[in-house]
Write a protein that binds this ligand. Sequence first.
Ligand code: SAH
Length: 263
Amino acid sequence: MAIDAEAGPVAGPVAIISAVHEELRALLPELRDPARVRLAGREFHSGQIHGHPVVLVLSGIGKVAAATTAALLIHAFKASALVFTGVAGGLKHGVRVGDVVVAQRLLQHDMDASPLFPRFEVPLTGRALFEADVALVEALAGAAQRCLGRAEALIGAARLAGFGIERAVLHQGLVISGDRFVASEVHSSELRAALPQALAVEMEGAAVAQVCADFGTRFAVLRTISDRADDSAHVDFQRFIAEVASAYTHAIIDDWLRSSAQL
Ligand code: SAH
């Protein structure tokens, strides 16, 4: 007899996954009753933030690292929902450095088993697009909107000006992922031509989305735009994460957890 090892609906912790260390470091001091578990080379930090059970973890960079992390969070930590935070390159016209993107749907731009399957489709699933959880997206977008409204207080006017950020805005829509840091005009133009709706490109979100679809787990992806995925994408990357993106992530996650009665 086969035993169905898939868990039924459990009110497990909400997982917050960071791609980069600075973002995790900004969230860790918020954790009450922290406990640490080491698994598969990752440190999982459990505890509570604003009364909600949470688990925080650094995934590492790329789709495989993100997929491993997501599967562990769901299966070993019984996470009830996953939120991936990080930075991304802006693709669509008008998606600028300092803006925030909440993904409504995700796609792996480097998935291509054509001509056996249509380009971008994940073979044998019949789909290329993976939808984020509507309620989570709405709650995170609300928190992001409030935080962008006080960007000057959070980051400082001089710092914002230093990165050329004038009026940061929130975008919601398609985010694409692949195992490649997109850092040339040639490559970003190719992606824009193939996927004109794509707001931003990063390296993990769609992998988390696919794992969550397998398990039936709710998820969302929240990204601060760090670059325009062009030839200057690497310039100031680390400094942007340290000075802008981690402050945004901290403020948005904090606002979201504080203002949510139920997650
Ligand atoms: N030099 C950095 C490299 C980070 S890789 C370091 O050593 O830490 C880029 C990370 O930011 C990934 O997690 C990815 O999801 C995101 N990202 C930001 N801009 C991107 C872009 N233009 N293309 C792809 N991923 C990008």
